[in-house]
Write a protein that binds this ligand. Structure first.
Ligand SMILES: NC(=O)c1ccc[n+]([C@@H]2O[C@H](COP(=O)([O-])OP(=O)(O)OC[C@H]3O[C@@H](n4cnc5c(N)ncnc54)[C@H](O)[C@@H]3O)[C@@H](O)[C@H]2O)c1
Length: 433
């Protein structure tokens, strides 16, 4: 086996910064406070509740992930972020209505102290939002201001390390252009206030420039282009994204690999959602929805490989809709109608009605990806795309030329084997015992 990888200890404090302090971010922060206080369990978090098998089955070594790899303790996390609204985390969590008010009230003194820093925002990129808590300046100046915010935060809170996770709204659909190709072109673009540089990219640039790992929880381009990839390699900051894999897409990537494993055909998959939170309102704008739609549609194709299985998946009709429906708030309802066919082509149907709470599913992912990105940084992994974290995303970012892996179970195997490799343990292949 190769020499043991040296992982710097998780000593001192980790600052987790979220641009966007709405439903997901406040549910995440309030949840960690509730867990620290012993009021709740970290359900949904692989790093906190998951076990990992080591060696042969007969060895019966199955430690908790958090006892196997040196992760930052929950008590050693400091929280910060930016938003275009001035609400404290307490207010944002009460407005989001995801966690119970009685629980939030027990945590009020701490949550009230966490207030967003002034955001980098431009309504051109998120049409449905209007905010006043916004910095002014050229895009270059804004990037410098974010870096200053990060320095100040680190100093004030006594943090040793930082990680940034984008929890801001979904921006309009943008494709990489010339300005995204090299670091030099991108920095010039910042100075020229180039229109193809959205706020999420400015945050990503600021983090990566400072060597801070960056995860993107939304489907926006953000850090997914050559210039920031190049910078991330230079500064050894890990990047991952895009779009938290929760709700309907999570169900899809659980179900589809099963159908394929049994060679069950699929004629059509119609997915529709109703949700009434701010995210739903933002996605009511066709330009923001287009970004989301791209992210949601790509999933089935790569799992099912219609080129390889034309008889089973060659004619699959896949449609995804999101409908903004205020009465539901964060309690989304996602319907799936799946038209499948079996032996001799006989048709069957499956209906899934998932009454899910989006932010409840997303919050543990924020925690996991922050802790694991920090682990990767301390282990000295090369900067840039961290493919082993694809497990968490709807549209995993891949190195150029490679297709994303969407199958949740392959993603999980990759994640666990990476952790085993980091700790000098054998990969589990299920080939022998
Ligand atoms: N909840 C989920 O399960 C889930 C799943 C996948 C992706 N996402 C994505 O995660 C993001 C957050 O979701 P949410 O439910 O918390 O949404 P939300 O609307 O409650 O919160 C987003 C926050 O970001 C702020 N914001 C927007 N642009 C900003 C900027 N440039 N700088 C700072 N703040 C900014 C908004 O003011 C808002 O408070 C969305 O993009 C959403 O699409 C959520």
């Amino acid at each position: 086996m190769a020499d043991k990888i040296q992982i710097a200890p998780a000593s001192g404090k980790l600052g987790i910064l979220t641009p966007g302090m709405g439903a997901v971010s406040s549910t995440f922060i309030a949840g960690v406070h509730a867990i620290r206080a012993g009021l709740r369990l970290p359900i949904g978090s692989f790093t906190q509740m998951g076990h990992i098998r080591l060696g042969k089955r007969a060895e019966e070594r199955q430690p908790l992930v958090k006892n196997f790899v040196p992760l930052t303790e929950l008590n050693d996390i400091e929280f910060g972020g930016w938003d275009i609204f001035t609400d404290s985390v307490y207010d944002a969590a009460v407005n989001a209505g995801v966690l119970e008010k009685e629980l939030l009230d027990q945590l009020k003194p701490e949550l009230e102290q966490i207030k967003p820093m002034t955001a980098v925002f431009d309504q051109y990129y998120v049409k449905k939002l209007e905010g006043t808590h916004v910095k002014t300046g050229t895009k270059w100046e804004l990037a410098q201001a974010l870096m200053q915010d990060m320095e100040n935060f680190k100093k004030e809170k006594g943090c040793d390390r930082l990680v940034m996770v984008w929890c801001g709204s979904t921006e309009i659909y943008l494709q990489p252009s010339d300005v995204h190709q090299t670091v030099a072109a991108f920095e010039q673009g910042l100075k020229d206030d180039h229109k193809d540089i959205a706020p999420s990219m400015i945050y990503a640039y600021a983090a990566i420039k400072m060597g801070v790992p960056y995860a993107n929880g939304a489907p926006n381009l953000s850090a997914d282009f050559p210039a920031l990839e190049e910078l991330a390699k230079e500064t050894r900051s890990g990047t991952c994204g895009k779009d938290f894999k929760t709700g309907q897409t999570l169900m899809k990537t659980i179900l589809a690999p099963g159908f394929k494993a049994r060679q069950i055909g699929i004629a059509g998959w119609f997915s529709t959602n109703i949700l009434g939170n701010r995210d739903g309102e933002v996605l009511d704008d066709p330009e923001s929805f287009k970004t989301k739609e791209e992210s949601k549609l790509s999933v089935l194709d790569t799992i099912l490989q219609p080129d390889l299985y034309p008889d089973l998946y060659g004619d699959l009709y896949h449609k995804v809709r999101i409908n903004y429906y205020p009465p539901r708030g964060d309690n989304k309802e996602g319907w799936d109608n799946i038209d499948i066919f079996g032996w001799c082509g006989r048709p069957m149907q499956i209906k899934v009605d998932f009454l899910c709470r989006d932010s409840i599913l997303a919050a543990p992912l924020v925690l996991d990806m922050a802790l694991l990105l920090d682990l990767g940084k301390r282990a000295g992994l090369p900067g840039g795309i961290q493919e082993w974290l694809s497990f968490y995303f709807k549209s995993p970012v891949m190195p150029a030329g490679l297709e994303a892996e969407h199958d949740l179970f392959i993603q999980q195997t990759k994640l666990k084997n990476t952790l085993r490799w980091l700790m000098n343990e054998e990969a589990v292949t299920h080939l022998e015992d």
